[in-house]
Design a protein around this ligand. Sequence first.
Ligand code: ATP
Ligand code: MG
Length: 417
Amino acid sequence: MEKINTVKGTKDLSGFNLMMHKKVCEIFSKLCESKGFQEINTPIIENSKVFKKTLGVTSDIIQKEMYSFVDQGGEEIVLRPEGTAAVARALITNSMLDNLNKKFYYFGPMFRREKPQAGRLRQFHQVGIEIFDEKNPFNDVESILIAEKFLKLLGVRDKIKLEINTLGNLESRKNYISDLVKFLKKNISRLSSESKKKLETNPLRILDSKNNEDKEVIKECPKILNFLDDESNFFFEEVLNNLKKLNIEFSVNPHLVRGLDYYNHTAFEFVTFEDKSQNAVLAGGRYDGLVSSLGGKNLSGVGWASGIERIILNLKEINIKKKIIAIIALSEDLNIKILEVLYKLNPLDGVVFHSIYSGSFKKKMIKANKLKSYGCLIIGNEEIKENKVIWKNMESGFQEILDLKEINEFLENKIAN
Ligand code: ATP
Ligand code: MG
């Protein structure tokens, strides 16, 4: 029969890989909760306007990457390609723009029709934060600080460098783009065909090109830093000075841009030292016009998102091993007692209870061993009559009898020690 596979660029998650995903999300949400961020969970399907009105018609996502379809009711629906515009939409939809605390975090799947490769999928997963507030450089610094801490907690910070730039305000950027276009037009013969097209539609994005010929031209391009007005300059200096005071290492990359229209001022990326197109692990910036472009009041914001798959590519090891405790009975007629014990056992952090029903006692013990069980709860005829079970430490072979009434406390102590 024909085998049906996953859609290209999507993956089933299970076993160790899924555990890593969950661990990354757990570390992330614990961190965010402790810093006063609230979780927000927006739908995977959105009205296409949420992204079309905000990301910019010339962005890669809108031009070629977004999954969209017209549903049975004639509505144009998209699978969300990113989280920021959706969170901004949610704030407006739910009248949250005047909430006292407007710091949010999210995680979940995003969808972009890209060429699949390691670290580049069509369904991938992001964690991200957004801080909506008045325009204040301390929010930019806080968002970078949280990213820094997140990568430290994951143990990957030493493999990754922070690059930062400013896109200035609208006025500065306009002046810069007109100079940039002049320069690129002079050098048009050296540009890739993709960048030639972008020269007409979205010249700033040429700076983000991963093509080697383009990279040579980009090196010689004018730099936005020379076009900043006082406001843009002051804002950028504030961010950089405070990062220095916090001893956060960074380098200014004058050619760093963000792919979406809604960004201005601060732009940053945490990238690995590898020279490949999927080296950005975490990326973000300031988006002052976003909320108003969706019909909300004029509220500024700054935030970032990070691809979980790219984080995992850089994880050396992460301690997600759980202790397995097997539950077996001396004979199969006692199997029902396994279920009684299983019901009695409360969930215990770091522990997995694994029931085994079939085969001889010897076979069951072999399976418990193969599972690398830390211990076994063994149900014997005589013991269970008195509401007791046998505990066997699989490493030392030591056995003792436990009262079922105290089983949860016993295991809690055992695991803690
Ligand atoms: P890239 O330049 O690698 O295409 P991007 O600028 O499109 O990235 P963002 O929109 O800033 O990416 O998304 C933030 C983060 O999400 C990226 O830094 C990356 O870690 C991750 N990411 C983006 N696209 C993908 C994808 N197709 N597959 C896996 N992770 C992704
Ligand atoms: Mg991309």
